[in-house]
Design a protein around this ligand. Structure first.
Ligand SMILES: *[C@@H]1O[C@H](CO)[C@@H](O)[C@H](O)[C@H]1NC(C)=O
Ligand SMILES: *[C@@H]1O[C@H](CO)[C@@H](O)[C@H](O)[C@H]1NC(C)=O
Ligand SMILES: *[C@@H]1O[C@H](CO)[C@@H](O)[C@H](O)[C@H]1NC(C)=O
Ligand SMILES: *[C@@H]1O[C@H](CO)[C@@H](O)[C@H](O)[C@H]1NC(C)=O
Length: 389
């Protein structure tokens, strides 16, 4: 065979290989196998509904029998004892959740609403994962917040009040505020992220402000997901879903709306509960996050987190304004606390905090230490207008 023939065969092979892939969203391409795999995942995730709710914000919710929710399909949860409420009283969040959008229709008792997953949701989510600290993040992700290390302590949860804003975000970017908890090393991280976000990439071009959760038990294999896009997180709330949109956001120099978030381990139940104000959203069974096991959480991050677009522009973070000690201007985290091994909520100490500001040109972060004023306790401001870093 001459060189020419070999080149020709290669060209034809490349052409044929290309034919078996097709374009999705103009950007990524997917093989037949991946497509079939997505179909399989969809049948696992979308259970036969007892009732279907068409929400005023366009999402479809299926009311699923509590014990038949997709969380149970996680291979580690075959023998898991599910529960609908924490055994103990809520330790935090006495406030209410009136800034959540409300369903006109409700699910019947014993069933919970689950946002119906479309194939496009899975495709989008496949190409979207969150990193933790800047040290391990892709160069496209930017952070402005504080990092707490577990030196000499065992951490079993994290909490804070976050102010809620509506940053301006392009269809090819995301902006979020989060508490993230991490343990593990190399490609073996366990992580939980909770917060609020504007994420058109994840929500079908929707720029509404929504709560979100994200978790992974094995960074290397990309297991885990946002919200309920994979089995694992057990939803217990009869109304508020992990992707729930908010109806009201803070106004510059006006009313500041805040939500108190708390993620904590209940050692007797072996569950990581997720609570916002007085609403228990659900839990992660401890068996799907083995690295959190005995050592608890090694790192906690409170702050903003965004992703740039192909032109290198980062979106607004927080309120879109830089920290200036005025809580009606820049976004904030107040009452920054962690749970110790006995389940007490404690204020973070300054000497274990690392300040993080990615994209200093366009984002800021100010850690104010312990402010007693208006019961703010340990507080930070973060965020900014975005732009090219
Ligand atoms: C989202 O918006 C982009 C840019 O306008 C468009 O190309 C894309 O088709 C939209 N995607 C969906 C799912 O509507
Ligand atoms: C990823 O999954 C494969 C196959 O299930 C497994 O052998 C491997 O250990 C996993 N990788 C990590 C980093 O856990
Ligand atoms: C939270 O508090 C509000 C106002 O007191 C109340 O209407 C709502 O039912 C409570 N929600 C839960 C889940 O307890
Ligand atoms: C947790 O904090 C409480 C209150 O400061 C303290 O009494 C308790 O000993 C701490 N538990 C552990 C395991 O350090």
């Amino acid at each position: 065979m001459g060189t020419y023939t070999v080149v020709l065969i290669l060209v034809v092979m490349v052409f044929i290989l290309n034919l078996t892939n097709y374009e999705v969203d103009g950007k990524q391409s997917m093989s037949k196998e991946e497509d079939l795999e997505l179909d399989k995942q969809l049948t696992i995730l979308n259970k036969p509904p007892i009732k279907t709710i068409h929400s005023s914000w366009g999402d479809i919710y299926d009311c699923i029998d509590f014990y038949k929710q997709p969380a149970f399909d996680h291979p580690s949860l075959r023998n898991h004892k599910f529960q609908m409420k924490p055994n103990s009283e809520l330790k935090s969040g006495s406030g209410e959740t009136s800034i959540f959008r409300t369903h006109v229709e409700k699910c019947l008792q014993g069933t919970i609403p689950i946002r119906r997953t479309q194939k496009e949701d899975l495709i989008r989510a496949k190409y979207l994962s969150l990193s933790t600290e800047p040290m391990y993040a892709s160069p496209h992700e930017k952070f402005a917040g504080i990092l707490y290390k577990n030196e000499g302590e065992t951490l079993f949860g994290a909490s804070a009040k976050m102010s809620i804003w509506k940053p301006s975000v392009g269809l090819d970017q995301y902006s979020l505020a989060e508490i993230s908890l991490r343990s593990g090393w190399d490609n073996q991280y366990n992580r939980i992220h909770v917060g609020w976000t504007v994420n058109p990439l994840l929500y079908n071009n929707d720029t509404a402000v929504r709560i979100f959760l994200y978790w992974t038990s094995d960074n290397g294999n990309h297991t885990g997901c946002f919200n309920t896009l994979c089995p694992g997180f057990v939803q217990v709330n009869p109304e508020i879903t992990p992707d729930h949109p908010l109806s009201t956001t803070s106004i510059y120099e006006g009313i500041v709306y805040e939500l108190k978030y708390h993620v904590y381990l209940s050692p007797s139940e072996k569950k990581w509960w997720f609570v916002i104000e007085n609403a228990t959203i659900g839990y992660w069974p401890a068996e799907i996050l083995p690295r959190f096991g005995d050592i608890g959480v090694e790192r906690i991050y409170w702050g903003g987190h965004s992703m740039d677009n192909e032109m290198g522009f980062v979106p607004e973070m927080g309120s879109g304004h830089l920290p200036d000690e005025n809580f009606g201007h820049a976004a904030s985290f107040t009452q920054i606390q962690y749970d110790n091994a006995s389940g007490n909520l404690l204020d973070v100490s300054d000497n274990k905090l690392t300040e993080i500001i990615g994209c200093k040109k366009n984002y800021g972060m100010d850690s104010y230490g312990y402010l007693d004023e208006q019961n703010r306790r340990h507080s930070i401001q973060y965020g900014g207008p975005g732009g090219v870093c």
